[in-house]
Design a protein around this ligand. Structure first.
Ligand code: C5P
Length: 423
């Protein structure tokens, strides 16, 4: 039965199945996707075929399963390349620890890794494995690498595992995976053509040619925000401060490692942009004078006078309405988050501010996860748990896109546009 109104109707989805006992759940997944109107092709690793026969999937999809990288289809085309090119999404469920490593390394070892590597479509990965394998640093690093490629990971669930033990590692239930696929299509393209500027990372204010005043910002939150906007179709400029993560692909990167170069870059790119997200940790102070030569130690103490840096986002907040983008700032506070965030929102002329607590038992700086609260003029707008930064970024964009659209002057109707053209 197909639901022609659903977001999956007519979508080409490749389900990649790896060799885990959870492969049987891929059968339910394929059936659910088909029921929602998707056209499903199945690719299998050789070991997956030991758990579930290709015929099971072929009976459900009425399409041939690809389980061999050397396979040619009826038109003598390479089958996995055909699938990769036609796919609107690739969903790998279950993904084993081994397959995560293969995908992270960019290796092509079987039909599933071949489709994932060759496709430009979004990839969703649902891991399933023993708890020890999932929590192993190598697996976690591979999952993080995949997130960096823009893959969505549907986290494994806690429950009894094939080993007889209980722990985290069970494949997410098929409806949860279908949900992730639907959300992908619901959101894909919701920022098509929107011009976004994001700042990320920290700044370094020089004291002399080798020393600086800096901060611990990694750039992870800002980069996740830039990548999520890119994946939703925005054209993104990333003003990159000092970051410990690699610069993302598919966005324009402008390097700016001091507050003053960051100010120049933001003031150059912000006017005319639709949305500016200032996630960078800009130094509030800089040495009044940077020494041209390395300061020598002579036994006496050294006093450095710090002067305040210009507040970049506040300057953008004062731009005339026609060029001022929708403004989102960040507030990292060690205490009294709500009051401090509210004051910053008001004083800097922001539309939204993302508050997070720093310096406590959990420190967002440099971490892969973050717990944030978003504030608008009316107060706190969210109550989100601790989430991986990419998921924080996705939720932020859901909120920002809605608010930005609501704040925009209404688009002229067809009739209004025609009348104003005639005038
Ligand atoms: O005042 P505070 O530094 O806490 O403000 C944080 C927000 O202001 C962040 O969005 C940060 O990027 C921005 N900021 C700025 N220019 C500065 C200092 C902070 O744009 N000089």
């Amino acid at each position: 039965m197909t639901d022609s109104r659903g977001t999956l109707a007519g979508r080409r989805i490749v389900v990649g199945v790896a060799g885990s006992i959870a492969a049987y759940k891929a059968v339910a997944l394929v059936r659910l996707l088909g029921e929602r109107g998707a056209v499903v092709d199945v690719a299998m690793t050789p070991s997956a075929t030991q758990f579930v026969g290709p015929l099971t999937f072929e009976s459900l999809t009425h399409r041939p399963v690809v389980d061999d990288v050397l396979e040619l289809d009826a038109d003598q085309q390479i089958a996995h390349i055909e699938l990769a090119e036609a796919a609107d999404a690739v969903v790998i469920a279950p993904a084993t620890a081994n397959l995560l490593a293969v995908l992270a390394a960019g290796l092509v070892q079987d039909a599933v890794s071949a489709v994932a590597c060759a496709s430009r479509a979004p990839v969703i990965v649902a891991p399933a494995m023993d708890a020890g394998m999932w929590t192993h640093p190598a697996t976690q690093r591979n999952a993080e690498t995949l997130r960096g490629y823009g893959y969505r990971i549907v986290e494994p669930e806690v429950g009894s595992l094939a080993s007889g033990l209980t722990g985290v590692g069970r494949l997410a239930e098929p409806p949860t995976i279908v949900d992730a696929v639907e959300r992908l299509f619901a959101r894909a393209g919701d920022l098509d053509g929107v011009r976004v500027v994001v700042s990320a990372g920290g700044t370094r204010e020089p004291i002399d040619p080798v020393r600086f005043i800096g901060n611990r910002s990694s750039g992870k939150m800002g980069v996740a925000i830039a990548e999520a906007a890119r994946d939703r179709g925005a054209s993104v400029t990333l003003v990159a401060g000092v970051m410990s993560v690699t610069q993302p692909r598919g966005v324009e990167v402008v390097d700016a490692t001091t507050a003053s170069t960051m100010r120049e870059a933001v003031l150059r790119h912000a006017p005319g942009a639709d949305i500016l997200v200032m996630a960078a940790a800009v130094s509030d102070f800089a040495p009044q004078r940077a020494s041209g030569s390395k300061i020598k130690r002579d036994g006496s103490s050294l006093a450095i006078t710090l002067v305040p840096n210009p507040d970049i986002i506040a300057e953008v907040g004062e731009m005339p309405e026609e060029v001022r983008p929708f403004l989102i700032g960040f507030a990292a506070e060690s205490d009294d988050l709500e009051a401090n965030a509210a004051a910053k929102l008001r004083d800097k002329g922001l539309d939204l501010i993302v508050g997070n607590v720093v310096g406590g038992p959990f420190d967002a700086i440099g971490s892969d996860e973050n717990k944030v609260t978003v504030f608008g003029a009316e107060g706190a707008l969210t109550d989100w748990p601790m989430l991986p930064k990419r998921q924080v970024a996705e939720r932020l964009w859901d909120l920002i896109a809605d608010r930005w659209r609501a704040a925009r002057p209404a688009e002229p109707s067809e009739g209004q546009a025609r009348r104003s053209r005639r005038r």
